[in-house]
Design a protein around this ligand. Structure first.
Ligand code: PMP
Ligand code: GLN
Length: 388
């Protein structure tokens, strides 16, 4: 048999799928893969149902339905003060995953360098490498996941085509502050590069902290591609509706990739997401408040079990240092052991690294019902013989 593509065939199944399968196999409570376990907002679901039965179910326009593109542009104005031309600067994609792939395939030339912050989401590096790009890593470490000017200076070069920044950062649950973003922006400008901004958790930010979009910083409007996800913003992760906002010159090459990857995204879901994005501010504030409550519930429970629980500023996730529990296992072995023996699934943080893995931390997802979070803490308490 002739060989399949050597870049992609080198990768195993994603850690999220692996841990979810193990959770099913061991009848474990799944706090691994990041997805909420409720139905999602009723009115958004009804809008989708109505669009299926009463609406148009043939191919929508390649760039997305006008309603959703208008809603994304208006969302950019409302939350970030961005002036966005919905016809030339917004494209709807099949999830943020496709938006990322379209940006990377559309912009990278073989040999281009891409600056990445690790820990990082697992789809980035395979797509960059498949596009012929060369990843350059800035490694962030717990507990504060900070980087310095020297770290950026070591990663950027005249060959840097773009930086990929995930903010809020999965799995670190970090929200970058203005000083950090300004430093990134300075390097992007100095090296005449672009920034792909994965902001899927933009509305899941806690404790009154602002989420600043890199795109809203001086000189960055023309250099950034901002990616959002309805899956996260409406707690409907299976929908796979994403959106990219970028200057026309940047969006055009990305649209070239999109037209050959998926071409369009289901129109009924686009209609419901357009409805969802135009809800008043209370919806968005309510989402963050609800997730913060869950974060606090799970964090307190995990602390009582004996984990060193790190601060979670945003996302669905909380990271814990496992060393105080004294098992003397690396993060992956620890996750395999607790899924089988304690009946709780988590994700090893080391899985989000390529170059300098951190092996003493695991990630738990708190976007779950209270009873599920409490059940997981009870199981862990029983297993580790404390708290609860
Ligand atoms: N980026 C990050 C950081 C994520 O956590 C996720 C969640 N799966 C995605 C992108 C993909 O989002 P979507 O489900 O909209 O493709
Ligand atoms: N983004 C989700 C997570 O980090 C999962 C996405 C996936 O399963 N690929 O858990």
């Amino acid at each position: 048999m002739k060989q399949a593509n050597s870049v992609l065939s080198g990768y195993g199944t994603t850690v999220f799928e692996v841990m979810s399968r193990l959770a099913v196999q061991h009848r474990a409570i799944n706090l691994g893969q990041g997805f909420p376990d409720d139905r999602g907002p009723d009115d958004v679901l009804r809008a989708a149902a109505a669009a299926v039965t009463d609406g148009w179910n043939q191919y929508p326009p390649m760039m997305g339905t006008p309603d959703l593109r208008r809603a994304v542009a208006e969302h950019g104005r409302r939350f970030y003060g961005l002036e966005v031309d919905w016809q030339r600067e917004v494209m709807v994609t099949s999830g943020a995953t496709e938006a990322l792939a379209a940006c990377l395939f559309g912009l990278i030339e073989p040999g281009d360098e891409v600056v990445l912050f690790e820990p990082l989401y697992d789809s980035y590096v395979p797509i960059i490498r498949r596009a012929g790009g060369v990843p350059r890593f800035v490694s962030l470490s717990p507990p504060d996941w900070r980087f310095t000017e020297a770290d950026l200076a070591a990663a950027f070069s005249p060959r840097t085509k773009l930086v990929l920044l995930n903010d809020p950062l999965n799995p670190a649950a970090k929200v970058f502050d203005r000083a950090e973003l300004e430093l990134v922006a300075r390097f992007v400008r100095e090296f005449d590069a672009y920034a792909v901004c994965d902001e899927v958790y933009e509305h899941i930010v806690f404790d009154g902290r602002p989420h600043l979009s890199l795109m809203s910083l001086p000189g960055m409007r023309e250099r950034c591609l901002k990616i959002g996800s309805a899956g996260k913003t409406f707690s409907l992760t299976g929908w796979k509706v994403g959106y990219v906002t970028a200057a026309p010159e940047l969006l055009q090459p990305v649209a070239k990739a999109h037209q050959f990857l998926v071409f369009t995204t289901p129109p009924n879901l686009q209609a419901a997401v357009a409805y969802g994005l135009s809800q008043d501010d209370a919806y968005f504030a309510g989402l963050a408040a609800d997730m913060r409550r869950r974060r606090d519930r799970l964090s307190a429970g995990l602390a009582s079990v004996g984990f060193d629980v790190l601060p979670a500023q945003g996302t669905y996730f909380v990271v814990c240092d496992i060393r105080p529990l004294g098992l003397d296992l690396a993060d992956d072995a620890f996750c395999e052991q607790i899924v089988a023996e304690a009946g709780v699934a988590a994700i090893p943080v080391g899985a989000f690294y390529v170059e300098r893995p951190v092996r003493h931390c695991v990630r738990f997802c708190f976007a779950k019902q209270d009873a599920v979070l409490d059940g997981a803490v009870e199981r862990l308490s029983a297993y580790f013989g404390r708290g609860g």
